[in-house]
Design a protein around this ligand. Structure first.
Ligand SMILES: *Cc1c(COP(=O)(O)O)cnc(C)c1O
Length: 489
């Protein structure tokens, strides 16, 4: 199976090349030339497998040059004791037709681990397959969770370096602590004065700097991405949509072959797009509910067909969704209208900050996606309602999705069984969750939340403030390149 850029179908690449490069040379994102299908029979077979076997089965369909043995080796390391739950991505039912898909049992307590525990294996194997002799330096712009998950995935992986930029003031206290105390000899972390989009724009600029690339190459380095624009990030995420469906069936709450709805708290559009790929492969999904916080650029897009990032940027209590430019949307646009139109939309976005996909494309999008958003007050109220009614504790991001599925059901009357994708442990956002529940967070929000709910703090989050701070640097947007330059001296 070949891959090509969303902005140019002419040049093709192998899966290994696509993952090693991260971003296509023309600035586009890599997409597979065809989408493999999973038959009803094969879906039934998946239901009898554990998470690891499901992962091998789904990923192999996209990775021709990787052997089954190789992928089996990857999953036994990526999805093992590093996860605090033997089911890896378990479902938790709150009623007969609604379940939360818990994607936060990995080492950083957020769903990014699902992909970033796997990516280092995919990437280092890809580098070998492509004959790359230089060291890869992973460059990450993070809105909070990706950075830590990438650091944890790549720390001390031979032949790799990793550097993470996060927006100063744009991440939670726990997220910041997780990153600035990161262990590993090959890691670096720095705050950027600005918001997530500033950090992401800065990183994209560095990726596009040919002169800098040449200089780094001379020193034996090349840059690659662990942001969700890398195909190696998206691919492992397709797996848990199949897995959730199978677990829903195995729980006896859905007949194999029946349709399901997925509701996804969305920022960069990576998670929900992985679900969309699962649907294209044959998973019976009726619709995806795209849930946004006060940064409702996607809500407006799905409702109107107009993407317009010219709007105020809000810092919310679901910071991993504080995004105005959802990079992975480009892959959906490509799938709907091809490389030339996509290239045009991206040029418009860059020049004017907006584009209009037109009535025909909008109709296709609205058929498969429903959009809803809610503000911080509704998010807090939702955490409280779910806790009171179901005795189930959810984080601020998951609460946005829990609110959206309610809006969807109320407005459409659709009673299809639904999976709400739960993207972070509530403990990761303990202070805001305490506030939502109406209890004092005090000096130690983790302990306060644990005491109030009678749930132990997840192991990866306890003892964080006792660890030494290794990275206290702050940089201006304009100096991001110099920061990377110094890191790779
Ligand atoms: C990254 C993240 C999201 C958004 O996911 P996208 O793939 O960017 O849409 C939602 N919730 C949490 C907790 C996250 O870390």
């Amino acid at each position: 199976m070949k891959y090509y850029s969303t902005r140019n179908e002419k040049n093709t690449y192998s899966a290994a090349q696509a993952m090693a490069m991260g971003l296509a040379p023309d600035g586009g994102l890599f997409v597979p030339e065809t989408i493999p299908t999973v038959s009803a029979q094969e879906l039934k077979a998946l239901c009898a497998m554990d998470y690891r076997a499901r992962a091998v089965n789904i990923m192999q369909r996209y990775l021709e040059e990787f052997s089954t043995a190789e992928l089996q080796d990857f999953v036994t390391h990526a999805y093992a004791e590093n996860f605090g739950h033997s089911g890896i991505a378990p479902l938790r039912f709150v009623d007969e037709h609604t379940a939360f898909l818990e994607l936060w049992h990995g080492p950083t307590c957020a769903f990014k681990d699902m992909a970033l525990q796997m990516l280092p294996y995919l990437l280092t194997a890809s580098l070998k397959k492509t004959g790359e002799e230089r060291q890869v330096c992973i460059l990450v712009a993070t809105s909070g969770d990706t950075g830590k998950a990438a650091l944890e995935g790549f720390a001390d992986v031979p032949g790799t370096r990793i550097f993470v930029f996060y927006p100063s003031g744009g991440v939670s206290a726990i997220q910041r602590l997780q990153m600035v105390t990161q262990r590993g000899e090959n890691v670096g972390v720095c705050a950027v004065k600005g918001n997530f989009d500033d950090a992401q724009t800065g990183v994209k600029k560095i990726f596009g700097d040919a002169q800098f690339a040449q200089e780094l190459s001379r020193r034996g380095f090349f840059l690659s991405s662990a942001n969700s624009i890398n195909w190696g990030r998206l691919l492992p995420q397709i797996v848990y949509y199949f897995s959730a469906y199978c677990d829903f069936v195995n729980a006896g709450k859905l007949a194999a072959g029946d349709e399901i709805v997925f509701c996804v708290p969305t920022g960069n559009f990576g998670n929900i797009l992985a679900g969309w790929f699962a649907k294209q492969m044959g998973l019976p999904v009726k619709r995806f509910v795209c849930a946004s916080n006060a940064n409702d650029v996607l809500t407006e897009f799905i409702r109107t067909g107009v993407y317009n990032k010219n709007r105020p940027f809000h810092l919310t209590i679901s910071p991993s969704m504080d995004i105005l430019v959802s990079s992975n949307l480009e892959r959906l646009l490509y799938m709907l209208c091809g490389d030339q139109k996509t290239k045009g939309f991206m040029a418009q976005l860059s020049a004017e900050g907006r584009y209009d996909v037109g009535a025909e494309n909008h109709e296709k999008i609205a058929k498969q996606f429903y959009a809803a958003c809610c503000d911080d007050d509704a998010t807090r109220a939702r955490i409280q309602t779910v806790w009171k009614h179901s005795g189930y504790l959810i984080d601020t991001h998951t609460a946005v999705a829990a609110d959206a599925i309610d809006q969807y059901r109320a407005q459409t009357g659709d009673a299809t069984p639904a999976v709400v994708v739960s993207t972070a442990s509530p403990f990761k956002f303990a202070a805001d969750v305490c506030a939502a529940l109406g209890t004092q967070a005090g000096e130690d929000p983790l302990a306060a939340l644990s005491a109030y709910c009678g749930i132990p703090t997840p192991a990866p989050l306890s003892g964080l403030d006792a660890r030494p701070v290794r990275f206290d640097g702050v940089t201006e947007k304009a100096d991001m390149r110099a920061t990377v330059d110094a890191f790779l001296q």
